[in-house]
Ligand binder design. Structure first.
Ligand code: SF4
Length: 656
C-alpha cells in the first residue's frame, strides 16, 4: 500500500488524445519526494535540450506535493513545471489554493501533459473519468468568467479550476495560470496557450491513506490551532496596514526609482479606509486556518484578490496610489497576467518612449499620464498588438528586439526573468548567491530561514537565538551570534546559510507546504510551523518512510542539483549566475567571485557551475552525469567545459 501518495500519474497527450493512468515508481518518492522534485526528474528524462519550449515535446506538469491531501496543515502549493519560454530553462512555478490536494483526491500524484490540441480545449477530471473537452466557447474569455462557465456546464460547483485568460491564449510570456486568486507564473501561462488548453478542472472524492493516521491527526490538530493563533504564520501583510516596507524600500517605475520617505500616517489611514470599505472577505488555501488573500470589490471594476506585495506592483510601476492598483487588478487577473513581471515590462516601455527609443510610430496616441500609459500598454500586450507584441516577451527579450540602446534600460533580470525591484545598499552575501545561482527568479521564492540582517544588540541577539524554532543545528546559532554587519559574514558561513535557506525551499516545493508557514518564516525567529526539526517526522507519519533530518537535506540537495543539471543541459553556466547589476549599490566583484567559487565547491559544482561527476554519482544521479559527459557538457576529470560549448547549448535550447 502506498501512503500519502496515490501511486499514479495521469498522462495526457493532447496531440493524439491519448489518456493514461500510469503507475509510478515508489523509488522516485524516496529520491525526490514529490511536487517539483519528481517533476524535475520527469523533465530530465523526457524533455531533452533539443525540445524548444513551444515544441510538442515540452511537458506541462501539475505536481501535487507529497503531503497534499493528508491532514498536514497549510500544505497546498502545487508545482506547475515546464520549460519556461521566457528563460528557456526549467520554470520554477508554484501556486497556492486547492488544486494539488484535489488532484490527489481524484487519484493522481501529478498530471503530465504533452503535445498540442488541434483547437482550444479544457481538461475535465472527475476521479477516474477524464475528458478533453471543447473550449471554443471560452476563447478570449477572462479568468473569472471561464471558471464560472466551466463549473456551470459541468454542474460541479466544487470543481477546482485553474485557467488562463487572453494573455495566456496569446502566449504572452508574462502570462500566468490563475486559480482561486492564486497564480502560477514563470512559464505555465504561455505554455497552456501554446498547447491550446484553456483550463484544467478537477474534482476528486477519493481518500488518501496515511501510514500512522492517529498520530498524524493528533499532531496536525495541535498544529492547526498553533498556526491559527500564531502571528508568525501566514502573510501578515494581508492584515498589517503599515506598508512602508515596500513603498520606502522597493523601486518604482522600471525598478529604478526609490522614494525613501514615501510612507506617511495620512497615507496609511486613507489606504486602510479604501481597503476595508471595499473588502468582501479574507480567504485562505486548502486546509489552512490563515486567511492571507484579501478579496476586494472596487466599485465599477472587476473583483480581485491579493496577497502581500501583489497589490503594489501596478501603482508603483505608474507612480500612483493604491486606488490605481485597485482599479486595475481585477482586469489584469482576468487577463491572466503575472503581476510581478508584467508591470516592470510596461514601465520599461514607458522609459524607452521617454528616451526617444520608442516613438509615436511605435505607440500611436500614447497618453501623457503614466497611469493611462500603463493601461494603454496592458491592452497592447495582452492582445499582442503593435508594440505590445514585442513587450509581451518580457523586459529582457523586448529590449533586445527593440535594440538601439534599449538593452541599457533593461536592468532588473536574472536569466532573462524580471526580479523584484529591490535596491539595497551593501551586498548581502547569502542573497547574492541565491539570486545569482537559483532558478527561482524572484526573491519571494528565496527568502529563507536565516535572517536577512544581523541584530546589533548582543542581548537581543541572544534572545532571538534562544527562541529560534526553525534552526536545525547549533552551527547557525553560532553564525548568527557572531554576525555583526550585513556584508561581513565569512564565505564559509555564507555558503552554509545559503544551503539552509535553499534546502527549506526545496522541502516546500516537494512536499507542497506553503512558505508562509515554512521556509519563509524561519528568518523572523520564534516559533515556525515547519522546519527541518519536524518535517522528517511528519513525512514519516504520513508516508511510513524512515527519514531523518540528514536524509531530508540530501533529498533537497539532489533536487537542487538535478534542476541545475537540467539547466546546464540547456546551456546555463557560471556566466549566467549574475544578479541584476544595480540590485546592491555597493558591489564587490572580487568577493562575489570568491563566493561563487566557494558555493560551487559546497554544492559539488565545477568552476563553471556544473555538478561534478563525483557529486552526481554520490546523489544517485549517475545517469545525469553520464549524459552530461556524453553531450560534452561535463568533463569527467576536470569538468570545466568551454564557454563556447555553453553558448552552443544556449543557442540550441532557445528561449522564446
Ligand atoms: S498561510 Fe496563507 S498563503 Fe499559506 S496556505 Fe495558509 S492561507 Fe494560504
Amino acid at each position: 500500500m502506498r501512503y500519502a501518495e496515490t501511486g499514479y500519474n495521469l498522462e495526457i497527450d493532447l496531440s493524439t488524445g491519448n489518456i493514461e493512468r500510469v503507475e509510478t515508481d515508489p523509488n522516485l518518492t524516496k529520491l525526490f519526494l514529490g511536487g517539483q522534485g519528481v517533476n524535475a526528474r520527469i523533465i530530465w528524462d523526457r524533455v531533452g535540450p533539443e525540445v524548444k519550449p513551444f515544441d510538442e515535446g515540452n511537458l506541462l506538469i501539475f505536481g501535487a506535493g507529497l503531503l497534499h491531501g493528508t491532514p498536514v496543515v497549510g500544505c497546498n502549493r502545487t508545482s506547475v513545471n515546464t520549460i519556461n519560454p521566457m528563460t528557456g530553462i526549467f520554470g520554477h512555478s508554484t501556486m497556492g489554493g486547492y488544486l494539488g490536494p484535489e488532484i490527489k483526491h481524484a487519484g493522481y500524484d501529478r498530471i503530465i501533459i504533452r503535445g498540442k490540441a488541434p483547437k482550444l480545449v479544457y481538461i475535465w477530471i472527475k476521479n477516474d473519468k477524464v475528458e478533453i473537452r471543447d473550449a471554443s466557447h471560452l476563447k478570449g474569455k477572462g479568468v473569472r468568467e471561464t471558471t464560472r462557465l466551466i463549473k456551470e456546464e459541468l454542474n460541479e460547483p466544487f470543481a477546482q479550476v485553474a485557467c488562463i485568460g487572453p494573455a495566456g491564449e496569446n502566449k504572452v510570456l508574462t502570462a500566468s495560470l490563475e486559480h482561486n486568486w492564486n497564480s502560477a507564473a514563470r512559464g505555465p501561462g504561455p505554455i497552456m496557450g501554446d498547447k491550446m488548453i484553456k483550463a484544467i478542472a478537477v474534482r476528486g472524492t477519493k481518500d488518501i491513506f496515511v501510514a500512522h493516521p492517529q498520530e498524524l491527526f493528533e499532531l496536525c490538530l495541535k498544529m492547526k490551532k498553533e498556526i491559527h493563533a500564531s502571528d508568525g504564520c501566514g502573510d501578515w501583510m494581508a492584515t498589517d496596514e503599515d506598508d512602508s516596507f515596500h513603498h520606502n524600500n522597493f523601486s518604482w517605475g522600471n525598478s529604478r526609482t526609490r522614494i525613501k520617505n514615501y510612507w506617511s500616517k495620512e497615507l496609511q489611514e486613507r489606504w486602510t479606509r479604501w481597503k476595508y470599505d471595499h473588502m468582501d472577505r479574507q480567504m485562505g488555501c486548502y486546509n489552512c486556518p490563515k486567511g492571507c488573500i484579501n478579496i476586494i470589490s472596487w466599485p465599477g471594476h472587476p473583483r480581485f484578490g491579493y496577497k502581500c506585495y501583489g497589490k503594489d506592483t501596478y501603482h508603483m510601476s505608474a507612480f500612483k496610489e493604491l486606488n490605481y492598483s485597485y482599479e486595475l487588478l481585477g482586469y489584469c487577473q482576468d487577463y491572466g497576467l503575472d503581476s510581478y513581471s508584467t508591470p516592470q515590462t510596461l514601465a520599461l516601455g514607458i522609459e524607452l518612449y521617454d528616451a526617444g527609443i520608442l516613438t509615436d510610430k511605435d505607440m500611436p496616441n500614447f497618453p501623457t499620464d503614466s497611469g493611462d500609459r500603463i493601461k494603454y500598454l496592458i491592452e497592447k500586450v495582452v492582445h499582442r498588438e503593435g508594440i505590445g507584441d514585442i513587450l509581451a516577451n518580457g523586459s529582457w527579450h523586448a529590449a533586445r528586439i527593440i535594440g538601439n540602446g534599449a538593452e541599457e534600460f533593461e536592468h532588473n533580470t536574472v536569466k532573462k526573468m524580471e526580479q523584484l525591484p529591490i535596491k539595497l545598499g551593501k551586498l548581502n552575501p547569502a542573497y547574492y548567491l541565491m539570486i545569482a545561482t537559483g532558478e527561482k527568479m524572484a526573491i519571494t521564492q528565496i527568502e529563507g530561514s536565516f535572517p536577512q540582517d544581523p541584530i546589533r544588540d548582543v542581548e537581543e541577539r541572544k534572545k532571538f537565538v534562544e527562541h529560534w524554532d526553525a534552526v536545525p543545528s547549533q552551527i547557525f546559532k553560532d553564525i548568527f551570534m557572531k554576525w555583526e554587519k550585513r556584508d561581513e559574514m565569512s564565505i564559509e558561513d555564507t555558503c552554509l546559510v545559503t544551503d539552509w535557506n535553499e534546502a527549506m525551499h526545496y522541502v516546500d516545493d516537494s512536499t507542497g507546504l506553503c512558505g508562509f508557514v515554512s521556509s519563509f518564516r524561519g528568518q523572523f525567529g520564534g516559533k515556525t510551523a515547519y522546519s527541518f526539526n519536524n518535517v522528517p517526522q511528519i513525512i514519516k507519519l504520513a508516508t511510513g518512510m524512515e527519514i531523518d533530518k540528514d536524509d531530508l537535506w540530501e533529498i533537497c540537495r539532489r533536487n537542487r542539483t538535478l534542476i541545475r543539471a537540467i539547466n546546464n543541459r540547456l546551456g546555463i553556466r557560471r556566466v549566467d549566475d549574475d544578479p541584476p547589476k544595480d540590485h546592491w549599490a555597493v558591489r564587490n566583484p572580487e568577493l562575489e567571485e570568491k563566493l561563487l567559487d566557494a558555493y560551487y565547491d559546497l554544492r559539488g559544482f565545477t568552476k563553471d557551475g556544473i555538478p561534478t561527476k563525483e557529486e552526481l554519482y554520490k546523489l544517485g544521479l549517475d545517469y545525469v552525469a553520464d549524459e552530461l559527459i556524453q553531450r560534452g557538457i561535463l568533463d569527467p576529470d576536470e569538468g570545466t567545459p568551454s564557454q563556447e560549448a555553453a553558448k552552443k547549448e544556449q543557442q540550441k535550447s532557445g528561449g522564446c
